[in-house]
Design a protein around this ligand. Structure first.
Ligand code: NAD
Length: 434
């Protein structure tokens, strides 16, 4: 970077240190782990091992903007745990990305892989950037530079990326290409959630949402309620929420409200999700859809529906909003949408929370299938993938629900306990080096 470019560069946000902020994702993740450790009766040493990320990188990502100026963005990659296998986790582009959030997301990935029994640890990455403010060329340069900065940490055997908020299959193709060019040959298994043309898996794009609907149906069935005719409200209409709306509607549920960062819409008779998809394709938002009334995101959370699926960002069900929830089931499409305080309130109200580490695990399950296929260079049919996904999700739900019933736990405590126990067992069997 030239001196002029450096002078024009935006300041890099410093990494955070110390205890996690109150109500933050990391505080919530720590509280959830502490509850599981209490249930399992582990000592302080093991608790600390399970809490601490194994490795992290903080990187500056200089970007040459289309107008010739240079900006320096801040990026992170965290491997929370690698006891069961390579780190696995998404890459997030969002202006609020900071290290503690990435640590929390990486920790949740560890327990999630444990819950669905995958041979992975948990990882996560992020760049503090609002992707909507940058051109495609700029996003490609950010992605390639970020990838080359974190190159020592990633690889098909040590840390495998996937899309998360603000990134997509194209982003993964750029990561894969940058990594492959550096190594000198094509390595599709370094990322999942990539386009089919470069070794992606059929079914990956809708896997998180399909998994979410499978576990919702299973949770409803345990209460003797059919999915058909159930009313659903979904916050977030991106890769998770949008496809979830489609699949819920296909399976006969009535999607009565959805929202995105610009606002929400409601139609008590059920939204026409196919037409809504076209509207979002044309306008970039659910707002303004002709066959619905406008509502706010806060109003959506308080709707009188059977199922509320927060599928956007962390911390939306907190000590203020949880008290307003009227849904009987909260199914967490997003990672960490419910704070620890929010969780307590929902439990007191008798709301069943199907936790993120179970409800949105379908994405990492099919990511695992994609990685297996890439390693074997042999691709499965869409039907094989759909059947294997459904089987994994049902088995994971059964493990969690059975433990919850046996030990009188919430589904969240049961799920995190299963994830933590699988990781701790691997730690203990492997032993502590040296
Ligand atoms: P996305 O970027 O495709 O979509 C995010 C959606 O949330 C968009 O509709 C956006 O407008 C909306 N949103 C953003 N800020 C909002 C706000 N303040 N209020 C209301 N809506 C807001 O992201 P995604 O991949 O769908 O991820 C959503 C969540 O699901 C994240 O928590 C992510 O970590 C989690 N998740 C994603 C996957 C996956 O496979 N994509 C898998 C597991 C978990």
């Amino acid at each position: 970077m030239s001196a002029t470019e450096a002078a024009e560069a935006a300041p890099v946000a410093p990494p955070s240190t110390g205890a996690p902020a109150k109500g933050s994702a990391l505080e919530t993740a720590h509280a959830q782990l502490a509850a599981a450790v209490g249930i399992l009766g582990y000592d302080d040493g093991l608790h600390t091992m399970l809490r601490m990320p194994r490795r992290e990188m903080h990187v500056a990502v200089p970007l040459r903007r289309d107008n010739g100026t240079t900006e320096v963005l801040h990026g992170f990659r965290v491997q929370h745990n690698v006891s069961l296998g390579p780190g696995k986790g998404g890459l997030r582009y969002h202006p609020d990305v900071e290290i503690d959030e990435v640590r929390a997301l990486a920790m949740w990935m560890t327990w999630k892989c444990g819950v669905v029994n995958l041979p992975y640890g948990g990882a996560k990455g992020g760049v503090a950037i609002d992707p909507r403010q940058y051109s495609k060329g700029e996003l490609e340069r950010v992605t390639r530079r970020y990838t080359s900065e974190i190159m020592p940490m990633i690889g098909p055997d040590n840390d495998i990326m996937a899309p998360d908020m603000g990134t997509d299959a194209q982003t993964m193709a750029w990561v894969m290409d940058t990594y492959s060019v550096a190594k000198g040959y094509t390595i599709p298994a370094v990322v999942t959630g990539k386009p089919l043309a470069v070794g992606g898996s059929l079914g990956r794009g809708t896997a998180t949402s399909a998994g979410l609907v499978h576990v919702t149906a299973a949770a409803l069935a345990d209460a003797g309620v059919p999915l058909e005719g159930t009313t659903v409200a979904i916050q977030g209409f991106g890769k998770v929420g949008g496809h979830a709306a489609e699949i819920f509607a296909e399976r006969g549920a009535k999607v009565v409200a959805v929202s995105d960062q610009y606002g929400g819409i409601r139609n008590d008779g059920g939204l026409d999700v196919k037409r809504l998809m076209e509207h979002v394709g044309q306008t970039g938002s659910v707002v303004g859809f002709d066959d619905a009334d406008a509502i706010s995101n806060t109003e959506l959370l308080a709707l009188d529906v059977d199922v509320l699926a927060p599928s956007a960002i962390e911390g939306v069900l907190d000590e203020h909003t949880s008290g307003t929830v009227r849904a009987r089931w909260v199914v967490e499409g997003a990672n960490g949408p419910t704070t620890a305080a929010g969780d307590t309130i929902l439990a007191e109200k008798g709301v069943t929370v199907v936790p993120d580490v179970l409800a949105n695990a379908g994405g990492v399950v099919v990511s695992y299938f994609e990685w297996v296929q890439a390693n074997q260079t042999y691709w499965w049919t869409e039907q094989e993938i759909a059947e294997k996904l459904e089987d994994r999700m049902h088995r994971a739900y059964r493990d969690v629900a059975d433990l919850a019933r046996r030990e009188h736990l919430s589904l969240r405590d049961a799920a995190i306990t299963i994830g933590v126990q699988r990781v701790a067992e691997a730690h203990q069997i492997r032993g502590l080096y040296p």
